[in-house]
Design a binder for this molecule. Structure first.
Ligand code: H2B
Length: 100
């Protein structure tokens, strides 16, 4: 059964449990700040490995000392539980990279 898009209320309820994350159009997004470019690059590589494991992929933008993650579920045409599962996994590792 295909993953269903969450309603606006369901998304807002889930976002309350994810400080730093917000809804931008039909995607959820968060910007992480890191110590420097190397630390930001290491976080991108770590997120990429999580995404391969989950078979779910965000758009990742690497800056000098920042990483912007933006995701929805293309196949569902909106935000689904898969996006929040990815967000939860990234949150669990981000602090280990010194991200905030
Ligand atoms: C076949 C494969 O499972 C799909 O193409 C996956 C891969 N990663 C994906 N990532 C995201 N963000 N949305 C998808 O719909 C999606 N689909």
């Amino acid at each position: 059964m295909p993953t269903q898009p969450l309603s606006q209320k369901e998304i807002e309820d889930r976002l309350r449990e994810l400080p730093g994350w917000s809804l931008a159009g039909d995607r959820i997004t968060r910007t992480y700040r890191l110590a420097d470019h190397f630390a930001a690059t290491a976080l991108v590589v770590h997120v990429a490995s999580i995404q391969q494991e989950l078979d779910h992929h965000s758009d990742l933008t690497l800056g000098y000392n920042s990483v912007v993650l933006s995701v929805n579920t293309h196949t569902a045409g909106g935000v689904t539980e898969k996006d929040f599962a990815l967000a939860d996994r990234v949150e669990a590792v981000a602090s280990g990279h010194g991200a905030n």
